[in-house]
Design a protein around this ligand. Structure first.
Ligand code: HEM
Length: 408
């Protein structure tokens, strides 16, 4: 453990995988929050799972987890597949001309997000001058004043953060996505339409308080004892869904999922082009699994284990989220006597641990095989985080990334 400062804020940097695992999973009830300030009154669209805290986070996560079950995901698979086909068509149309991989992968991720999360038509965002895409990119393009505000809200006591006021999301951007969702909700109501997408599941939660379980559903959280703790004792207010929370969750899925999936896909394509031997091996597997088919089914993807290892190895070397933030929510004493008080901040360096020679041989080498050779020690490989606060979209992300890669 290393004591460090972020501006004036003391922060504990934890590098020991055993302790990292305790913080994320075993002793999670002491480290529930991330300490990312958000001002729901100034901007309700910012109040999604990433920034939510304590009991309200727990209640929302319990409701939202079934939305991302593998069973629900299968019903969205068709849209991911159609989007991948549209983007491949777009690449083919360019007739071998040089293309910017980041641009193409971002177009694809935006289009999947637009159709699966917001209910827009597949193919809607293809092309550089699409409005949804332009606005989505703005969500990641922080201006200097916004970045400064982000740094300050992260590092100064929360009452000062609140004084700085407002939201990190520019009001016109919040209004744009708020409008899209309001229109989609209205259109579905008026025309009595149901779609197999995340917006529909959010609307179901708002209407019925829950989503229908899918028979083959697998819970997203592998260790969700904390979520189950205390049953559903949350007060009604903290778990209520209204139009604002539907918009906030859909917007959070966009901001949490778009750039991360784009980066993983982009770096994976880069690694496959730098390692032609790996690419050939992956293509052989794809050809073998697909046989005479042009496009993989959900089950076909599951059979492409080498390609999966290529993605995992990419996320080891280029985790889209390089460090995790945690805030101590209940006083905690480590085995060596170091004590944290509620409110103290911690960081867990994903990138540092993923490339530490103590846990990975020749750590900077891109070697997908390592993911099937042996099981990694807990707390050493966590591109999606871990424990009850693990990335809720990890199945969706894997499918989005996976589907774009199998080209014979
Ligand atoms: C390759 C793609 C992705 C990567 C690498 C990634 C990574 C992460 C990481 C590291 C966290 C923090 C986990 C923790 O604190 O323990 C996280 C949280 C989260 N991610 Fe992702 N993510 C990806 C894609 C997605 C997608 C597609 C969605 C959309 C649904 C999504 C939604 C979220 C949300 C809502 C949270 C907050 C969960 C909570 O606090 O309960 N992510 N993600």
């Amino acid at each position: 453990m290393v004591g460090t400062f972020s501006l004036t804020n003391p922060v504990l940097l934890v590098r020991d995988p055993r302790l990292v695992d305790k913080i994320m999973a075993t002793d999670f009830s002491h480290f529930v929050d991330r300490g990312l300030a958000s001002d729901a009154q100034a901007s309700p669209i910012d109040l999604g799972l990433v920034t939510m805290t304590g009991a309200s986070w727990k209640a929302a996560r319990q409701k939202l987890s079934p939305v991302f079950s593998s069973g629900k995901l299968k019903t969205m698979f068709e849209q991911v597949s159609l989007t991948a086909q549209a983007i491949i068509g777009y690449i083919e149309k360019a007739g071998g001309a040089e293309m910017n991989v980041k641009e193409i992968t971002s177009m694809y991720s935006t289009d999947v997000t637009a159709s699966c999360f917001f209910g827009l038509d597949v193919g809607a965002t293809l092309g550089a001058d699409n409005e949804f895409r332009r606005q989505a990119l703005r969500a990641f393009d922080m201006t200097y004043p916004q970045f400064l505000k982000f740094l300050l809200t992260l590092n100064l006591p929360s009452w000062i953060g609140r004084r700085l006021g407002g939201s990190l999301t520019p009001p016109d951007l919040a209004a744009y996505f708020g409008d899209i969702i309001a229109h989609a909700i209205k259109a579905r109501k008026e025309n009595d339409i149901r779609r197999s997408d995340i917006l529909q599941l959010l609307l179901d939660i708002r209407e019925k308080g829950t989503v229908e379980p899918t028979r083959s559903a697998t819970a997203v959280d592998p260790d969700d004892e904390y979520l189950a703790m205390g049953g559903n004792r949350e007060n009604k207010e903290s778990s209520e869904f209204n139009d604002d929370s539907v918009a906030a969750h859909a917007y959070t899925f966009l901001t949490a999922g778009l750039d991360t999936s784009t980066l993983a896909l982009c770096f994976c394509i880069m690694q496959l082009s730098l390692h032609q031997d790996v690419q050939e091996k992956a293509r052989d597997e794809v050809r073998k699994v697909l046989g005479s088919k042009s496009w993989p089914t959900y089950l076909d993807l599951k059979a492409m284990s080498y390609l999966e290892n290529c993605i995992l190895e990419t996320m080891r070397l280029y985790p889209a989220v390089a460090i995790l933030f945690r805030q101590c929510t209940k006083d905690y004493t480590f085995e060596d006597g170091v004590t944290l008080k509620a409110g103290d901040s911690l960081v867990l360096p994903i990138l540092g641990i993923h490339t530490d020679p103590n846990y990975f041989d020749d750590p900077m080498k891109y070697r997908p095989e390592r993911h099937s050779e042996s099981k990694f020690q807990r707390g050493t490989f966590f591109p999606f985080g871990d424990g009850p606060r693990i990335c809720i979209g990890n199945f969706v992300a894997s499918t989005i990334i996976f589907y774009k890669l199998p080209i014979k």
